[in-house]
Ligand binder design. Structure first.
Ligand code: NAP
Length: 263
C-alpha cells in the first residue's frame, strides 16, 4: 500500500507529530510543516531515528504565501502531495458572553480558513493527478458543546462541514476528504488548557476511562489517508474512547462486568 507524499500541518507537536511519525513508518515521504521551526526539527529527528523519509518546511496556515511556498518546495523535493493532513489548530477559552472577537477571529483563521487554504492548494494538484487523500483533524468539540469553546467548538463544527464540501466536489476526481474527530488527547495543547479539575470531571465521561494518545489518532488518520480508504468519503471518524457515544455513566449498584463470575 503506497502513501506517496504526505504533508502534515502542525506536525511539530502533539497529534501532528504522531501522525507524521506513523505515516513515515508506513512508508510515506512526509513533509513535516509547522509554524514553529523547533517543532519541525524535533519531528524530523524522530522520523530520521526510525529510518523514515521526510523533509521540513515552515508553514503558517494563516498565510497564503507561506502555504504556496511550502507546497512548491514539497513538489520540488519529490512530487505533488498525495496526502494532506490538516492538523494545525489552536484553542482560546472564554465564557460565551465575554468571548473576545480577536480570539474568535484568530481561532477561525487557523482552524477553518487555514484548513480551507491548504485543502484548496493541495486539492488543485490532486485533481490534476487524479488522486488524493485529505484528512482534516476536527474534534468532539465540533459535535458536542464544551464550556468556553464558543470559537473552538464552532471552528471544529465548521471543519466537519468543510470536510463534506470537499468530499462532494472532489470525489469525481479520485480525491477523498474525511475527518477524524479526536476526544481528549494528551498533548501540549491539553496540558496547557486542562486543569486537574477538568481532567477529573472528564474522565468519568469517557467509557475507556483514559485520555487518548497521539498514536490513537494517528492510527485512524493512517487508514483514511491510505489508498485502501478510496470509497470512504465525507466521513467523520470519532476517536474518543466512547465519549460521544456515552450518556449516563453512573451505574449505581448495577455491576456491569463481574470479573469474578463464571461467564
Ligand atoms: P498542539 O500540540 O498544540 O499542536 C498544534 C501544532 O500546530 C503546534 O505545533 C502549533 O505550533 C501549530 N500551529 C499553531 N498555529 C499554527 C499555524 N498558524 N500554522 C501552522 N501551525 C500552527 O495541539 P494538538 O493537541 O496536537 O492538536 C492538533 C489538532 O488536533 C488541532 O487541530 C486540535 O484542535 C485537534 N484536537 C486536539 C485534541 C486534544 O485533546 N489534544 C482534541 C481534539 C482535536 P505552536 O505550538 O508554535 O503554536
Amino acid at each position: 500500500m503506497e502513501y506517496g507524499v504526505a504533508l502534515v500541518t502542525g506536525a511539530g507537536s502533539g497529534i501532528g507529530q504522531g501522525v507524521a511519525l506513523r505515516l513515515a513508518r508506513l512508508g510515506a515521504r512526509v513533509v513535516v510543516t509547522d509554524i514553529s521551526e523547533a517543532g519541525i526539527e524535533e519531528t524530523l529527528d524522530l522520523i530520521a531515528a526510525e529510518g523514515g523519509k521526510a523533509t521540513g518546511q515552515q508553514l503558517d496556515v494563516t498565510n497564503a504565501a507561506s502555504i504556496e511556498a511550502a507546497f512548491a518546495s514539497a513538489e520540488a523535493w519529490d512530487k505533488p502531495v498525495d496526502v494532506l493532513v490538516n492538523n494545525a489548530g489552536i484553542v482560546a477559552l472564554h465564557s460565551f458572553l465575554d468571548f473576545p472577537i480577536d480570539d474568535w477571529t484568530r481561532v477561525m483563521a487557523v482552524n477553518v480558513t487555514g484548513a480551507l487554504l491548504c485543502a484548496q492548494r493541495a486539492g488543485r494538484a490532486m485533481v490534476k493527478q487524479g488522486y488524493g487523500r485529505i484528512v482534516n483533524i476536527a474534534s468532539v468539540s465540533g459535535i458536542r458543546a464544551g464550556v468556553g469553546r464558543t470559537a473552538y467548538g464552532t471552528s471544529k463544527a465548521a471543519m466537519i462541514g468543510l470536510t463534506r464540501q470537499i468530499a462532494l466536489e472532489l470525489a469525481p476526481h479520485g480525491v477523498t476528504a474525511n475527518a477524524v474527530a479526536p476526544g481528549a488527547i494528551v498533548t501540549p495543547l491539553t496540558r496547557d488548557n486542562y486543569t486537574e479539575e477538568t481532567a477529573a470531571t472528564l474522565l468519568p465521561m469517557i467509557p475507556a476511562r483514559r485520555m487518548g494518545e497521539a498514536a490513537d489518532i494517528a492510527a485512524a488518520v493512517a487508514y483514511l489517508a491510505s489508498p485502501d480508504a478510496g470509497y470512504v468519503n465525507g466521513e467523520i471518524l470519532v476517536v474518543d474512547g466512547g465519549y460521544v457515544a456515552g450518556g449516563m455513566t453512573q451505574t449505581g449498584s448495577l455491576n456491569l462486568v463481574d470479573t469474578e463470575r463464571d461467564r
